[in-house]
Design a protein around this ligand. Structure first.
Ligand SMILES: CC(C)(COP(=O)(O)OP(=O)(O)OC[C@H]1O[C@@H](n2cnc3c(N)ncnc32)[C@H](O)[C@@H]1OP(=O)(O)O)[C@@H](O)C(=O)NCCC(=O)NCCS
Length: 159
């Protein structure tokens, strides 16, 4: 069904405090607790609310006065593929522009065309590749369906 025939819920972001079951939510998109630990305490952790109900999480790490990085974005499976993620990105762009940031970066599996398309459709442009990032930094092999994630694509967008 095309997106415009679906219910378009109200989307809000709510800042979460550590302990609000944030780790379980972050693990949806990033399966390594060790990797999460690198940004868990420095990133803004934002609950994604659809019509007021918790449906996902986003983590944004400030990396300087102008630059921030989207470290994690995840929706519960039942909310995926309906255009909500794209609307969450728009909300994030507005929020971080308002805070004075000029650019947002993101890193994701270079081997997964659908996730690259998700970011590129929202204006992210590929800036580089970290070869073997997932092989070197994760204790176990990471798969998206049957595709093994090896390299990290780096992308950036002006806000
Ligand atoms: C990634 C995620 C946040 C995207 O949100 P979403 O609401 O599902 O995405 P949208 O419906 O806004 O999709 C936008 C575009 O992304 C691409 N896309 C997203 N999910 C896709 C999928 N499962 N298969 C194919 N394309 C997909 C499509 O190009 C789509 O464009 P289209 O609607 O014109 O076909 C969500 O799917 C999710 O939480 N997934 C699990 C966690 C995860 O992988 N996080 C990202 C780690 S880098």
């Amino acid at each position: 069904m095309p997106h415009n025939e679906l219910h378009r819920p109200d989307i809000r972001l709510r800042k979460l405090q550590p302990g609000e079951r944030t780790v379980q939510w972050l693990l949806i998109a990033d399966p390594s607790r060790e990797m999460l630990a690198h940004y868990l305490h420095e990133a803004d952790l934002l609950g994604i609310l659809l019509d007021g109900k918790r449906a996902g999480i986003a983590a944004v790490l400030p990396k300087g006065k102008q630059l921030c990085e989207l470290m994690n974005i995840a929706l519960l499976p039942e909310h995926c593929g309906q255009g909500h993620g794209t609307r969450v990105l728009k909300t994030l762009f507005r929020r971080y522009k308002r805070k004075g940031f000029s650019h947002m970066q993101v890193g994701t599996a270079a081997e997964v065309p659908s996730i690259l398309a998700f970011y590129q459709k929202s204006g992210f442009v590929r800036t580089g590749t970290r070869k073997n990032f997932f092989l070197k930094n994760y204790p176990e092999p990471i798969f998206d369906n049957t595709t093994q994630c090896r390299d990290m694509a780096r992308l950036e967008r002006a806000l």
